[in-house]
Design a protein around this ligand. Structure first.
Ligand SMILES: [Zn+2]
Ligand SMILES: [Zn+2]
Length: 285
């Protein structure tokens, strides 16, 4: 069952970090956000329960860190019921092959993301020409070739339900990638946004390093469809989330989240879309 599992051919460790690397924040009693270098993984489930899932799978070479984080929170030898993916970019599936082999658990992702997770299709290459700083400039070294999870990855149920998380539903939020999803819990308006929007200007090394909190659209160097990305941000803003954990940057909540999301929708052109880049045609807006 496991022998067809592999990382992409361009899989490699990426030497980038932030002040939050290795830190964890309990955002809600059952929602824990942990930073692996420059990306967040999320654990959903109460620490005293054996019923929890992992959302996203960190940076390349981070499996040991993720396993330790989980055992520290849920107890020795504990394992999530499943891994849910917001999307399949390298920094969200970096340790996934090791984790699936270690735990023998299923992975769920949107149907449109499956070609990138089963070795069939590469993501567009990162665009280093987008407006932005060092992270954008170093983005050509970021892996974009598909990993292969074989039969270990399944599509999310088409009725919007989320396996093992009955209170959540998934929301299709494409633009940053075709099958990008976010996870939302109506009861307390908790949102796991993935990279649909982020709370740090991910293109700038200094801001990534310091994690200065600032709403931003999806990371620019990896976003090929800005019209869809805008629709997705509008969709998420309309949910009026009270708490949001994004793929990059610190969790955001309350008044700050509400006003930041409103501003992002109103000024999407200025805040999110780069002035230039391979995937930009600003004149058509
Ligand atoms: Zn991404
Ligand atoms: Zn990301």
């Amino acid at each position: 069952m496991n022998k067809d599992l592999s990382y992409g051919n361009d899989y490699k460790y990426i030497p980038a970090t932030s002040v939050n690397s290795g830190d964890g924040i309990e955002v809600l009693p059952d929602l824990y956000c942990h930073t692996i270098q420059i990306v967040n993984i999320i654990l959903v489930g109460k620490p005293d329960s054996k019923d929890f899932v992992l959302v996203d799978a960190g940076m390349p070479n981070s499996a040991d860190k993720i396993i330790t984080t989980i055992e520290n929170r849920f107890g020795e030898n504990s394992r999530p019921k499943a891994i849910l993916l917001t999307h399949g970019h390298f920094d969200h599936v970096g340790a996934i092959i090791d984790l699936v082999k270690h735990w023998g658990i299923p992975v769920y992702a949107h149907e449109l993301e499956l070609p990138f997770l089963t070795g069939k299709m590469s993501y567009p290459e990162a665009d280093p020409t987008v407006e932005g700083g060092m992270v954008a400039k170093m983005s050509p070294m970021f892996p974009n070739e598909p990993i292969n999870l074989g039969s270990n990855v399944e599509k999310l149920p088409s009725d919007g339900s989320v396996p093992h998380l009955p209170e959540f539903r998934w929301i299709h939020t494409p633009g940053h990638s075709p099958g990008h999803v976010s996870f939302f819990r109506e009861a307390d308006r908790a949102l796991i946004a993935g990279d649909a929007f982020v709370t740090v200007k991910q293109e700038y090394l200094y801001k990534v390093l310091t994690q200065e909190q600032e709403i931003s659209g999806p990371p620019r160097y990896f976003t090929p469809d800005w019209a869809a990305a805008f629709e997705s941000v509008k969709k998420l803003e309309a949910l009026k989330p009270k708490t949001a954990i994004t793929g990059h940057g610190l969790p955001m909540s309350g008044e700050l989240l509400e006003s930041s999301l409103k501003k992002l929708v109103e000024e999407f052109d200025q805040i999110a879309i780069p002035d230039h880049g391979k995937y930009i045609d600003k004149h058509s807006h």
